[in-house]
Ligand binder design. Structure first.
Ligand SMILES: Cc1cc2nc3c(=O)[nH]c(=O)nc-3n(C[C@H](O)[C@H](O)[C@H](O)COP(=O)(O)OP(=O)(O)OC[C@H]3O[C@@H](n4cnc5c(N)ncnc54)[C@H](O)[C@@H]3O)c2cc1C
Length: 264
């Protein structure tokens, strides 16, 4: 079984500050991490490696700095890593990002499961996984919280929804998106960290020329959406503590106040 895990390197959002003039994220000096849901996707893939002898390939699109995320994934136990990077990819929205990742997956080839996180903590759209499935014309199960291998070509996948869990039987190849309830991600091993962060760079890089991708569908120009402005919403909630001698007095005051603003 071959599994490709899409990993996005994201800023550690607890540390992110907004440039008040431009409304953009200040990324300089902010530590980067593997997107949390992607860690769960990777852990699920590594568990399938442990149990089913699966091969785990990690794939990221981003600047050279994203190699750090891939090295960490290798240190956790992934077998192979690809970075997709090219100036032509800059400014891609989710459509263009998924177009590029789908083309990279086709180039890597021979996959049974494409695993994504449900959502990235910076872009926050949860669109890329389902878009990859559409572009590759594959079945998809999102919000995955459990996976069982039924046989070589069939998985039983549990999907979390607010109305209850759904259990699907799916044929591979398939795109799955992971949520945090799926598992507890493992830590990288010391041996792995030493090997992948100090020895030679064994991450394969794919550029525009390596992919069968239509240039009109990628980058800033190929992106059907763009961000007009980003900002932190101003919180303008006010609160008032009602006082009175008895509970009845306070309740009457509350009823009066709510009826003044037509809420009752
Ligand atoms: C309207 C709009 C305009 C944008 N314009 C720009 C821009 O001009 N410049 C710019 O740099 N960014 C831009 N972005 C951000 C860029 O589109 C996102 O970084 C990217 O498409 C991923 O979307 P997301 O973060 O919402 O991921 P989600 O859809 O929330 O991610 C779901 C999963 O997809 C996978 N995934 C997502 N991105 C990657 C990746 N890069 N590599 C590997 N796996 C991945 C991961 O498994 C992740 O958990 C824009 C986004 C939007 C919505």
């Amino acid at each position: 079984m071959n599994i490709i895990v899409c990993l996005k390197q994201v800023p550690d959002t607890n540390e992110v500050k907004i440039n008040q003039e431009t409304g953009t994220l200040i990324r300089d000096g902010v530590p980067s991490i593997i997107n949390p849901d992607d860690r769960n996707a990777l852990e699920a893939a590594l568990q399938l490696k442990d149990k089913e002898n699966a091969k785990v390939t990690v794939l990221s699109m981003g600047p050279m700095q994203a190699k750090e995320a891939l090295k960490e994934a290798l240190s956790m136990g992934a077998d192979e890593a690809y970075l997709v990077s090219d100036r032509k990819f800059g400014g891609s929205d989710t459509w263009a990002t998924a177009t590029i990742l789908a083309a990279a997956i086709e180039t890597i080839g021979d996959y049974d499961i494409v695993f994504c996180g449900r959502q990235a903590i910076d872009g926050d759209t949860a669109q890329v996984g389902p878009e990859i499935a559409e572009f590759l014309d594959l079945a998809q199960v999102t919000y995955v919280k459990d996976i069982k291998v039924k046989n070589e070509k069939t998985l039983e996948v549990s999907r979390f929804t607010e109305y209850g869990d759904y259990i699907y039987e799916v044929k591979t190849p398939v795109v799955l998106t992971a949520i945090k309830e799926l598992n507890e991600p493992r830590y990288p091993t010391i041996k792995g960290l030493l090997k992948y962060f100090t020895e030679e760079d064994n991450i394969k890089t794919l550029t525009f020329d390596d992919l069968k991708v239509d240039e009109t569908q990628i980058g800033l120009k190929g992106s059907p959406t763009n961000v007009k402005r980003s900002f932190v919403p101003v919180k303008n909630k006010t609160s008032e503590i009602l006082e009175g001698d008895t509970v009845k007095d306070i309740t009457n005051l509350l009823v009066m106040k709510l009826s003044e603003v037509n809420l009752i």
